[in-house]
Write a protein that binds this ligand. Structure first.
Ligand code: 5RP
Length: 232
C-alpha cells in the first residue's frame, strides 16, 4: 500500500471520533488534508460541525469545501482536534512543525478536549529526534536567537546542526510572520527537558514538541490500523 493510501486510511478511521454538533480543530499537512476532505464530504451530506483551522492553507481548503468555520476568538473551546505529526512515540509525545504550522496547531490542540493524531506508520518512532525539531522564532535578532537555541539543544544532546528553514538570505516565513529553526537532534533523550528549556529562551515563540497533549494516535500500516491511546 502506498503512503498516500495509508494516510487516507488513518484519516478515515478518525471519523469515528467525530459526532454531530462537535466543535473541531482541523490540522495541517498532507494527512490532515485527507481528513478535511472527508469532513467536507460529510458536511455536504448534512453533518453539523463547526471547525477551527490551524493554518491559512487549511482554512482555504475548508472554505473551498463549505465547512462551517470559526476563529478561536469566536469558539475558544473545542471538542476534538485531528492533526498529523512528524514523529510519534509510544507515550504519544510528538514532533510537529514539518509544515511550519506547529504554533497554531499547539494553540488549537490546547483548546481541545481531545487531540487525535493521524499518521502512516513511518511516523511512529521508539525515540523522538530523527526528524529535526522545528522551533518558531521571531525575525527580530534571529541570529542571536539561533545561537541561544543552538547552545540549549547542544547541552541536551543535539548532534546535528541548527539551521534556519529556507535559506539565511531568504528564510521561510510562517503564517504568523516568524522564522523556523530546525534542530537536527538525532535522538532526544529527555523531550520534557528540551521543551521546558526552549520555552524559556527569549525570541523563541514555540517549539514543535507536543507532550501530554495527545489522547490517541491512529497509525496506518501495511497490516492495518493500530490505535494507541483512547478509543472513540
Ligand atoms: C505541520 C505539521 C504536520 O502535522 C506534520 O508535518 C505532518 O504532516 P504530514 O501529514 O504531511 O506528514 O506538524 O506543521
Amino acid at each position: 500500500m502506498d503512503i498516500d493510501t495509508l494516510k487516507l486510511r488513518a484519516a478515515e478511521r478518525a471519523l469515528d471520533y467525530v459526532e454531530p454538533g462537535m466543535k473541531l480543530g482541523l490540522g495541517t499537512g498532507s494527512t490532515a488534508v485527507k481528513f478535511v476532505d472527508l469532513i467536507g464530504a460529510r458536511v455536504a451530506r448534512g453533518l453539523d460541525v463547526l471547525c477551527v483551522p490551524t493554518s491559512i492553507a487549511t482554512r482555504a481548503q475548508a472554505e473551498g469545501l463549505n465547512i462551517p468555520l470559526a476563529t478561536l476568538e469566536e469558539q475558544p473551546t473545542l471538542d476534538l482536534t485531528i492533526d498529523g505529526a512528524d514523529e510519534c512515540d509510544e507515550s504519544l509525545r510528538l514532533i510537529k512543525g514539518g509544515g511550519g504550522a506547529h504554533l497554531r496547531e499547539k494553540i488549537v490542540a490546547a483548546s481541545s478536549t481531545r487531540m487525535v493524531v493521524v499518521a502512516d506508520d513511518s511516523k511512529r518512532v521508539a525515540k523522538l529526534g530523527v526528524f529535526p525539531l522545528p522551533v518558531e522564532i521571531v525575525p527580530f535578532g534571529w541570529r542571536t536567537t539561533l545561537a541561544r537555541v543552538d547552545e540549549a539543544v547542544r547541552m541536551n544532546g543535539c548532534k546535528g546542526p541548527v539551521t534556519v528553514r529556507g535559506s539565511e538570505d531568504d528564510p521561510f516565513v510562517t503564517d504568523n510572520g516568524n522564522y523556523i529553526l530546525d534542530c537536527a537532534f538525532g535522538e532526544i533523550d529527555d523531550p520534557g527537558q528540551v521543551a521546558s528549556q526552549l520555552s524559556l529562551l527569549p525570541g523563541v515563540v514555540e517549539h514543535g514538541l507536543f507532550i501530554g497533549m495527545t489522547h490517541a494516535a491512529i497509525i496506518a500500516g501495511a497490516n492495518g490500523i493500530e490505535l494507541i491511546g483512547e478509543a472513540p
